[in-house]
Design a protein around this ligand. Structure first.
Ligand code: HEM
Ligand code: HEM
Length: 180
């Protein structure tokens, strides 16, 4: 068993804080000043995460896990042939030790969707869009799209945890990935 440190505290704090706020803002507090304050704090963390994607630790950097066509093709054919990534491959291939290519696509989708939600939420507070039903509808449609994406994201995390035989959820909590 080898333990590799992959997720630094910035990545983990941004992740779990965002998860908590999304759950609160889309259920119990779906309007009001606390909703707006929590939403803006997600927006701040989004900016922090994007900056961190350029200057952060190795596995946090976008350049480490950017899903190119070649990486996606290789990953999908690995999934189709149902092969488990070998330990040597995980050890050599730092892209797969961090986010895998399909996971990375989902991450960009989640970050962009969150940005649109925060922007449309902010627009509703401006004079121009004050009381705009359209803006509220767009905000809500993107929240629904986010929640569907999150369901796919969590399913992907569970499937990949079984396939690669490593608990990805505990890795996002402790920062360390255990490789058997
Ligand atoms: C509102 C809900 C969620 C959002 C917006 C979200 C978003 C994200 C984002 C943006 C990342 C990339 C992390 C980074 O590099 O900064 C990520 C990774 C991850 N998320 Fe979530 N997430 C959500 C819910 C969850 C839940 C409920 C779980 C666990 C059950 C989970 C488990 C993970 C794991 C394990 C990773 C790392 C995946 C890997 O090893 O490549 N997420 N998530
Ligand atoms: C994590 C991000 C966010 C999530 C998940 C979220 C979710 C939601 C949901 C589910 C609604 C209810 C929509 C409806 O009933 O039509 C809503 C409404 C609203 N949100 Fe957000 N929101 C977020 C961020 C923001 C931000 C950053 C702002 C900016 C100030 C904001 C401002 C509003 C406003 C003004 C409403 C309309 C309340 C009303 O008049 O009924 N939201 N949001």
């Amino acid at each position: 068993m080898v333990e590799v440190k992959v997720w630094d505290p910035v990545v983990r704090i941004c992740h779990w804080f965002t998860v908590t706020v999304v759950l609160i803002n889309s259920t119990i507090l779906d309007e009001g000043s606390i909703h707006e304050f929590l939403g803006y704090s997600v927006a701040v963390l989004l900016v922090v995460r994007v900056v961190w994607g350029f200057i952060g630790s190795r596995y946090a950097r976008f350049s480490t896990f950017f899903p190119t066509r070649a990486k996606l093709k290789e990953h999908v054919s690995e999934l189709i042939s149902a092969s488990k990534p070998s330990k040597s491959k995980l050890a050599d291939n730092h892209a797969n030790l961090g986010h895998n290519p399909l996971g990375a696509l989902m991450i960009f989708n989640l970050l962009l969707t969150l940005a649109v939600i925060c922007l449309t939420g902010h627009f509703m507070t401006t004079d121009y869009f004050w009381g705009s039903e359209t803006m509220e509808d767009i905000h809500e449609v993107f929240v629904t799209y986010l929640l569907v994406s999150v369901a796919v994201h969590v399913a992907g995390v569970l499937i990949e945890s079984f396939r690669a035989r490593t608990n990805l959820i505990s890795a996002m909590v402790t920062g360390k990935k255990k490789l058997n």
